[in-house]
Ligand binder design. Sequence first.
Ligand SMILES: NC(=O)c1ccc[n+]([C@@H]2O[C@H](COP(=O)([O-])OP(=O)(O)OC[C@H]3O[C@@H](n4cnc5c(N)ncnc54)[C@H](OP(=O)(O)O)[C@@H]3O)[C@@H](O)[C@H]2O)c1
Length: 356
Amino acid sequence: MLPMRFASKKPGSVAPPSSLIYIEPDLTLKNFIVKHETGVPPLVVGDDLTGKTMVVVGANTGIGLAAAKLFASMKASRVIMACRNEEKGTKAVAGVEEATGTKSAELWLVDLGKFSSIVEFCDRWEKEGGRLDILIMNAGIAVWGTWDILEGWESTLQINHLGTSLFSLLLLPRLQEMARESLEQTRLVFVGSDTHYFVTINEYLRNSPSILRTLNDKEKASLTCQTMVSAPGQDQRYPISKLLNLLFSRSLAARLGPSSQHPSIEHEGRRIELHERTSEQGAYQLMWAALGPTNPSDNDHIRGAYVVDNEITEPSDFVISKEGHEVQERIRNETIEILRGVAPKISEIVDQSLRA
Ligand SMILES: NC(=O)c1ccc[n+]([C@@H]2O[C@H](COP(=O)([O-])OP(=O)(O)OC[C@H]3O[C@@H](n4cnc5c(N)ncnc54)[C@H](OP(=O)(O)O)[C@@H]3O)[C@@H](O)[C@H]2O)c1
């Protein structure tokens, strides 16, 4: 099923251009009104997080900042706010302290657009990070009209997909170790987007030797990044980046091993979907992905799940199709091959933490 979404974001922010309106094709007027009248799903999880450590990447503003405040207000012992800008991050930490009356927030600097910065963060975590219970991969960008190359990669590909994947993989062993030590679930949450419903990895890309390298080729962008069903011709790098990390997170979840065999290893590669709403309302959904479901008997279904509005939801038809599964494996292999080149430790992590 396709979800409905309205986009009205400021330029440079992470939603698609304001000229686009995405409406579920088979959405009736009645359903449309009901959906809006029923409003935003409330915050339904609110554990006491005493003793736990949360890392929120991209925490100085928007949904990430709101999530950091919620974690602090739930008495998390440490809320690590991973931000790329020291000034903005320091202000955000002060904002969390003021809003919650706690002192649990800490600023750690990381720029997902620089592989070395991610490696540095994770090396530091190994030495002095300590406990890690929940990792929220929230940072993301959306760009239109410009094509910036960071470290050899177009910025959306680098930050939203490669940087996010590298950070997650480097901290995965710590999450696993933590779960074994504490016999409690640890969680890895990727913040996604319903825009993934509107794109696929098209035939041109599937026939190319490398999907990621072809996506990175500006000259081929008209063949690879403009496949939007509802708005042909629009730049699709943001939705495609969200589709890529959905596929990558599913490939991770599939390799973590069944929890019945390793009951103490409870990682969740999960997706969360956010409709147009305030940052705090968006963060409620993130909380559900991090701390839900409310009924513990549903825990078995949550690994690798795509979550929308306090519910596990089916991702796009492409994601669950045969082609989608094949592309998922290719994206995994290509991503790991690229990340091995920037962080040799990835090979060891893949061998030890993920089944072949
Ligand atoms: N808002 C929505 O309607 C919506 C809908 C669906 C999904 N989402 C997803 O939700 C997440 C948060 O969205 P938002 O609306 O809260 O976005 P936002 O207000 O633009 O915040 C994005 C965060 O990511 C950080 N970030 C960007 N590039 C980074 C980098 N290279 N390294 C480290 N941090 C970086 C930003 O830091 P700076 O301030 O330094 O740039 C900021 O903290 C995104 O992943 C987005 O795709 C949002």
